[in-house]
Design a protein around this ligand. Sequence first.
Ligand code: AMP
Length: 189
Amino acid sequence: MDWILLGPPGAGKGTQAQRLARRWNLVHLSTGELFRQHIHHHTPLGAKVAHYLEKGELVPDGLVLELVRDQFRQLPPDQGCLLDGFPRTRVQAEVFEHILQELGRRLGGVLFLQVGTEELVRRLMGRGRMDDTPETIRQRLQVYQRDTEPVIQYYQEKGLLLPVSGEGTVDQVHHRLVEAVRDRRDGRT
Ligand code: AMP
């Protein structure tokens, strides 16, 4: 079964996804991390996406979906995946549904990490990643509101959304996520 971890930039998706993936033996698929690796290794895809990451804008859906489709085709059918930072637009969510269908896979649920804006900015400023300047941070938060909040609503309507508070320590948030997945798997939510 596959799972999605969504939330605003700075919500702690990367850290939490790594821990969850280790705990449940899921493949951790972070589209942002894959793009950063392509840029680092100067691949053709890296050259195409670099300026979007530099500006804090979204990479066009076509490129993102090609990457995700490729990654999923390589997954053994019984190997679950945890997606982090994907889908980020409604189109991505819709096409992803088809990709899963084609491959006979099923989405367990969409974990939604919720963190207040002030806390987000504080965390992003302290992170020091190459694409974390005050300008890109502002831009990414705006893009999130415009493009990604509709994705939250999309999964809410499908009954797949599992909201979890992302405030507090890494351990606290981890345990909340574990509970949310367990409740869903055991049919309590
Ligand atoms: P992240 O590491 O998830 O914060 O992603 C870093 C950057 O990669 C984003 O600001 C976007 O430029 C790009 N990116 C990552 N995932 C996606 C996606 N699903 N759709 C569009 N752009 C993405």
